[in-house]
Design a protein around this ligand. Structure first.
Ligand code: ADP
Length: 163
């Protein structure tokens, strides 16, 4: 039984994240999406709202073995506490790869029992970034091709609040 964890800020969740979740769910017996609460990072959406958004999308994708959690602290400690052996991450570009590669080495030093698995994005999600979506949202740009309708609707109330 291989238990995987997919951590991230997901601020907001995008079609790129959902693609990694769908593909990860097909690889592992269980997949736990962990919304990392990081007080040093400026978040637009509260973690609890992201959790609700994610849960709605998981239900729509019919992924019964996928759960959503929020966590404050080291992801490797979370993995240890739930007995997860895989840390799943997505990669868009070589810049992402460099970052994820270093992070995987750091995480391995922190918890020898956890293996990082990287899934390369699909070309259509190559340019999807939560930060770009927040910029577009603020400027009144169309984000409907980047996030699911439920997320887009919830995001509209944050228009003008991105700084
Ligand atoms: P973090 O702040 O931890 O990087 P993100 O929410 O930005 O959190 O991303 C979570 C994970 O999803 C990361 O591994 C990131 O590389 C991956 N990811 C983000 N956008 C995409 C995308 N469009 N395609 C594939 N993976 C993505």
């Amino acid at each position: 039984m291989v238990k995987a964890v997919f951590p991230g800020s997901f601020d907001p969740p995008t079609y790129g994240h959902l693609n990694i979740i769908r593909r990860g769910a097909a690889l592992f017996d269980s997949l736990d999406i962990v919304i990392a609460i990081n007080s040093r990072k400026k978040q637009l959406l509260p973690a609890e709202e992201i959790k609700l958004m994610m849960e709605e999308q998981i239900e729509l994708m019919n992924l019964g073995q996928v759960t959503v959690t929020t966590h404050k602290g080291l992801v490797v400690d979370y993995c240890r506490s739930v007995g997860a052996g895989v840390l799943l991450r997505g990669v868009r570009s070589s810049a992402d790869f460099d970052y994820e590669f270093e992070l995987s080495i750091l995480n391995k030093q922190l918890n020898e029992a956890v293996e990082t698995v990287l899934i390369p994005t699909e070309p259509k999600y190559f340019v999807l970034r939560s930060s770009t979506i927040k910029e577009l949202l603020n400027l009144g740009g169309d984000i409907s091709a980047m996030v699911p309708p439920g997320v887009e609707k919830a995001l509209l109330k944050y228009r003008g609040r991105v700084d």
